[in-house]
Design a protein around this ligand. Structure first.
Ligand SMILES: *Cc1c(COP(=O)(O)O)cnc(C)c1O
Ligand code: SF4
Length: 397
């Protein structure tokens, strides 16, 4: 028997759309056509707070409002502070721009040799292949171009991007992102992956996508075949809260994994969403249960109007400290800050090193106890000052 009991608390079914034929519900194009994109539609289902109403009216100047019916079902409609709601329903806070905030918070525009291609690190590129997503995250780093609410008029330049990669032999890793690459048709994805795979120096292709989370119906058997054909393709999905781990997402990740796609997760640390250790722990445990390895936990970028969602970095460090050693190592993401202005991702870690002397490193373990390790053979002792360690052990015969 399949141990489905383990997943019994995971959301499943059609929720508010129980009346819709299953065939439609499972059709990703139906989900896209029936997205909630207007204040009036939202109000059919829930009472918006004045904060949210203000945010919704402002959204068409910043980042469009769109929520798939599938994802909307995960919102607790009676809770204005629902962690799912905070991610996709705009708030008035989006209109307040603080002095440290930027339209291009991680300085992508400065390192684009071709429109949509960011070449920041020596050996890899970020290839933006569309400006559309299935739903829009209110804290999106690329709000300036995603959804085109700010008239950026982004055009994915496939051929120019491919040409750039073809003529740069140092590029061994291509990360497809956007917008969401999985909104491209099967035909376009097949073409793009085929072209990339044909470039001899491209060793590694990966896709950053929130489609499995917003629109798991898109992960069709046909899409699985495309990944098999052009694999290995790696994928980073984007789950922020344990409630986003549903039966449908579990099935989608299973299909991806069975198509040979290794899966990682990138979360953004968000106030009122996942800034408690217990929530983060539940999330990463569920991810492992879906064959997804937590990869990065991002400090929220300084995107305009994001102050209400940003968390103190010290809190982020504390969450990681409370995870390391206290749960499965595989479950722990690397906490990073994408350095404002274009510095790239910088790992932010709790400090386990107390000091490094001439002869040893003095460290603290997950429980806060001190240990030491010698730097030079023959000098120093592993015995902590306040803690006898017993007889030096001999190699067992
Ligand atoms: C995040 C990012 C990458 C990929 O970084 P990894 O640490 O290899 O996952 C590549 N290019 C840009 C511009 C990025 O922002
Ligand atoms: S899915 Fe990604 S690109 Fe799209 S709105 Fe969310 S964070 Fe931005």
């Amino acid at each position: 028997m399949y141990p489905n009991d383990r997943y019994k608390d995971w959301f499943r079914g059609q929720g508010l759309w129980a009346h819709v034929p299953e065939e439609d519900w499972k059709n990703w194009k139906w989900q896209l056509r029936n997205r909630i994109t207007k204040v009036e539609q939202l109000e059919e289902y829930l009472d918006l707070t004045p904060e949210e109403k203000a945010g919704c009216y402002f959204a068409n100047q910043k980042l469009a409002l769109a929520i798939t019916p599938y994802f909307f079902n995960l919102i607790d409609r009676n809770d204005p502070n629902c962690p799912i709601r905070r991610q996709v329903i705009p708030r008035g806070g989006e209109m307040k721009v603080s002095s440290e905030e930027l339209l291009d918070p991680v300085g992508e525009e400065g390192t684009m040799p071709v429109e949509g291609l960011v070449h920041r690190y020596p050996d890899r590129v970020l290839f933006l292949v569309t400006d559309r997503c299935a739903s829009y995250c209110r804290y999106c780093t690329r709000s300036r171009l995603v959804s085109n609410a700010q008239d950026y008029n982004f055009h994915a330049e496939f051929e120019q991007g491919l040409k750039y990669i073809e003529s740069h032999p140092e590029v061994r890793d291509v990360l497809l992102s956007g917008g969401d690459p999985l909104l491209l048709s099967d035909h376009k994805l097949d073409y793009l992956l085929g072209r990339l795979r044909a470039i001899p120096h491209v060793e590694f292709i990966r896709i950053g996508s929130r489609i499995p989370v917003f629109l798991p119906q898109r992960i069709t058997p046909e899409l699985g075949e495309i990944f098999k054909k052009h694999g290995p393709i790696w994928m980073s999905i984007h789950v922020n809260h344990p409630r986003e781990c549903t039966e449908e997402l579990r099935q989608a990740t299973e299909r991806l994994a069975f198509s040979g796609v290794p899966l990682g997760n990138q979360s953004v640390l968000l106030k009122g969403v996942n800034d408690e250790t217990e929530v983060m722990k539940a999330l990463i445990h569920r991810l492992l249960m879906m064959r997804v390895r937590p990869y990065y936990l991002y400090q929220c970028d300084l995107i305009t109007g994001s102050a209400h969602l940003r968390v103190d970095v010290r809190k982020g460090i504390e969450i990681i400290r409370q995870l390391r050693g206290h749960t499965t190592g595989y479950a722990i993401p690397q906490y990073v800050i994408d350095a404002p202005g274009g510095g790239g991702k910088v790992p932010i870690n709790p400090d386990y090193v107390k000091e490094i002397t001439e002869s040893e490193i003095v460290m603290r373990n997950f429980a806060g106890e001190e240990y030491r390790y010698p730097l030079i053979p023959g000098k120093g002792s592993i015995q902590p000052a306040d803690k006898p360690v017993g007889e030096p052990h001999e190699i067992m015969a």
